[in-house]
Design a protein around this ligand. Structure first.
Ligand code: GTP
Ligand code: SPV
Ligand code: MN
Length: 612
């Protein structure tokens, strides 16, 4: 036993915090390496959160909001260089380079560990090291998925408390069986010398988001932002969990989950994968515009899915909160999200502030306030030629504040998925909705999914890139193996219950440049068509890419949409698809030998159909 941790933990009010030997040992090792001033075990209580958020207010990291309009809520403003996930600095350090595949950065794990050890040596000097036991998904699951995040950021602790179940209850449950946990180490990488004054958003220009898939461990350095720092989310629940899922025969996906009830009162569940900032939260909280259809929310970003004993695909949402894109989330486009936010208990990051201590972002209200303080702390008026909120500004809100949250959200068994949607942000080519002919042709659709890049990741926006299953930045192993896993997993299904797969695109443009399809609540019309396809009710036309709605089969009642707009939104254009083929060929070549033969066959079939 090294003395550092021992003494510090004993000195604090938390003697002998855990009987979990592995955890105690890891905490000790990390503390010896990072050399914090103190070690604090997070209990997850409201009192603790009140203390921490007050400390964050005192430090200038959090700004308390107007208590009347945003109770118990705060705004945070990051360093302007730390506003999104950093994909360039995200690594999958599998033992073999081959297992990281071409979609990931790789470095030899031994070398990477040496590098990280250097960076973490003394990295927490002058700070408190927080130990956050957490669980993704239900504590009552057959095998709860535990993690422990060690961080030196109070902002991370307060945000993790919203996004996951954390604290003593989780720790006690882990101790019962000495359960396995994913060790997730995080530091903002900004040690403080004696007497040095802290900044509001400590971070480091050198950022490393690293995963060791065989060990199932995570190390993150230098960033305090979202997916880089709240390690239960993308790092654990997608990158590490996708590896667990490969090994154990399930799926960890970047998907929302929603429940749809038909006018005949039949429940259906839909899971949908869209790339970051392409509409998952909005679809998950949708207000249907069609009569007598009801939508309830189960999840807005991540789905863990496995085939049940009856051969049905079941999905759970492992998260406890929303980390939603603020811009574009408004009273007219997403009132359900706005109502959840208005209940308070939220942390907003990089939004603008109103003069009465509220928050604002582009698209929140129809009218733009006359004066704001922008996310960089500058005076802002509508004449300023720049957005007031950062395009990737976010709200972090407990999921149980959603009025339309399904009662099944807490069911550890999850819900039975009837349909899977893959969607991207494409100005051209991809019609509003296309039903796949089969599971494999649906996997083909997912594998070739493409989307224009957004502000959710650092880098240029608006470039079309392939984003398989909306998982490009999140597949924790070889992408070809991942597609193979998707293709083969259908063997576990009862064929009668295998979900139908659909490709959707809310973002096609008219010649004038506007969106051809109104989107948001109107997307319920597409959900209805998909469900009616499952029920054998809706008519479709077969095209080389799959089935699209026959004229009159999409419910357009009460919708003001010109013939031209409807045609532009829904049509299949063979020329556009022929122009798409070389890009798909190029994409598939990148997989080399690991591309499943079945998908090569799908592409050859599509090429032939388009040649006719
Ligand atoms: P991540 O949290 O980054 O994974 O994003 P997300 O997939 O949950 O995306 P979100 O629902 O937050 O939407 C991102 C942006 O797309 C917001 O600005 C929305 O206003 C906009 N958006 C969502 N749905 C639609 C739609 O149907 N049509 C149009 N035109 N825009 C949409
Ligand atoms: C995404 O980028 O897909 C997000 C936000 O959901 S983050 O948590 O930063 O990954
Ligand atoms: Mn996401």
């Amino acid at each position: 036993m090294t003395t550092t941790v021992d003494r510090q933990v004993k000195d604090s009010a938390q003697p002998n915090p855990t009987s979990h030997a592995k955890l105690a040992q890891w905490v000790e090792e990390v503390s010896a390496l990072t050399k914090p001033d103190r070690v604090y075990w997070v209990d997850g209580s409201a009192e603790e959160n009140a203390r921490l958020t007050q400390e964050l207010v005192d430090a200038g990291t959090l700004t308390p909001l107007n208590q009347e309009t945003f109770p118990n809520s705060f705004a945070a403003f990051s360093d302007p260089s730390d506003v999104a996930r950093v994909e360039e600095q995200t690594f999958i350090c599998s033992v073999e380079e081959r297992d990281a595949g071409f979609t990931n950065n790789w470095m030899d794990p031994v070398k990477m560990k040496a590098k990280l050890n250097g960076l973490f040596d003394g990295a927490m000097r002058g700070r408190t090291m927080y130990v956050i036991p957490f669980v993704m998904g239900s504590l009552d699951a057959a095998e709860p998925k535990f993690g422990v995040e060690i961080t030196d950021s109070e902002y991370v602790v307060a945000s993790m408390r919203i996004m996951a179940k954390i604290g003593t209850e989780v720790l006690r449950k882990m101790e019962e069986t000495e359960a396995f946990f994913v060790p997730a180490l995080h530091s903002v990488g900004a040690p403080l010398a004696q007497g040095q004054k802290d900044v509001a958003w400590p971070c480091n220009d050198d950022k490393w988001i690293v995963h060791f898939p065989e060990e199932r461990s995570i190390v993150s350095f230098g960033s305090g932002y979202g997916g880089n720092a709240l390690l239960g989310k993308k790092c654990f629940a997608l990158r590490i969990a996708s590896v667990m899922a490969r090994d154990e025969g399930w799926l960890a996906e970047h998907m929302l989950i929603l429940k749809l009830t038909s006018p005949e009162n039949k429940p259906y569940h839909v899971a949908a994968a869209f790339p970051s900032a392409c509409g998952k939260t909005n679809l998950a909280l949708l207000d249907p515009t069609i009569k007598d259809w009801k939508v309830e929310t189960l999840g807005d970003d991540i789905a863990w899915m496995r085939f049940g004993a009856q051969g049905e695909l079941r999905a759970v949402n492992p998260e406890a909160g929303l980390f939603g894109v603020a811009p574009g989330t408004g009273w007219s486009t997403n009132p359900n999200a706005m109502r959840a936010i208005a209940k308070g208990n939220s942390i907003f990051t990089n939004v603008a502030m109103t003069d009465d201590g509220g928050v604002w972002w582009e698209g929140m209200t129809d009218e733009t306030p006359e004066h704001l303080t922008d996310w960089k702390g500058q005076d802002w008026t509508p004449e300023a030629n720049r957005p007031a909120a950062h395009p990737n500004s976010r709200f972090c809100t407990p999921i149980d504040q959603i009025d339309m949250l399904s009662d099944d959200y807490t069911d550890p068994e999850g819900v039975k998925i009837d349909a899977i949607l893959f969607g991207g942000r494409r100005k051209t080519t991809v019609p509003l909705v296309t039903q796949a002919r089969s599971w494999t042709s649906g996997v083909f659709m997912g594998s070739t999914l493409s989307s224009e890049t957004t502000a959710a990741a650092a880098g240029q926006v608006g470039l079309v890139r392939r984003d398989p299953m909306a998982m490009l930045p999140f597949i924790g192993y070889d992408a070809g193996d991942y597609l193979n896993h998707w293709d083969r997993i259908s063997a576990k299904a009862d064929p009668e219950q295998l979900p139908q797969i659909f490709l959707v695109n809310w973002f096609r443009r008219t010649a004038e440049g506007g969106f051809a399809w109104p989107g948001f609540g109107e997307n319920s019309r597409v959900l209805k068509w998909a469900i009616e396809r499952l029920e054998g009710k809706a008519e479709a036309v077969e095209t080389p890419i799959g089935f699209i709605p026959a004229t009159g089969s999409l419910d357009l009642s009460g919708l003001e949409l010109s013939e031209d707009e409807l045609d532009e939104a829904t049509r299949f254009d063979a020329d556009e698809w022929r122009a798409e083929l070389p890009g798909i060929e190029e994409w598939y070549e990148l997989f080399g030998d690991s591309l499943p033969a079945s998908l090569r066959t799908e592409l050859d079939g599509l090429t032939q159909r388009l040649a006719r």
